[in-house]
Design a protein around this ligand. Structure first.
Ligand code: ZN
Length: 113
């Protein structure tokens, strides 16, 4: 259900973006997915194949890239980015971090023809 709603939103964004352009077909949609968004790109692709049928985005390939997560360090007060491999403050190494992002799922770019 989660991915269905997300896919509907992404499709709307994509169709709005290509509206008025000369693009005949959307070939690929690149997503920036936060590590805590819970979005599984394979599921998005599955729904996409159904929802985009009959639009210029039919058959587009869903590609994704994991977005770095922005955090605020409670110890040194700086904002930084962490990844799954490094879950400590990049400045002081503290793990007392406040999450600023990570649940987002946005369209990074489109490949059209
Ligand atoms: Zn710190």
């Amino acid at each position: 259900m989660h991915e269905l709603t997300i896919t509907q939103n992404i499709l709307k964004i994509v169709l709005d973006a290509v509206k008025g352009q000369k693009a005949r077909r959307v070939k690929a949609v690149r997503l920036l997915v936060g590590p805590f968004s819970g979005v599984i790109p394979e599921c998005v692709q599955m729904y996409w194949d159904v929802l985009a049928k009959g639009t210029c985005a039919e058959g587009a390939k869903i590609e994704s890239r994991e977005a770095p997560m922005r955090v605020h360090c409670r110890d040194c007060g700086k904002d930084g980015e962490i990844t799954h491999r490094r879950i400590a403050c990049p400045y002081c190494g503290s793990v007392h971090l406040q999450r600023l992002s990570g649940r987002e799922c946005t369209v990074e770019s489109l490949e059209v023809e």
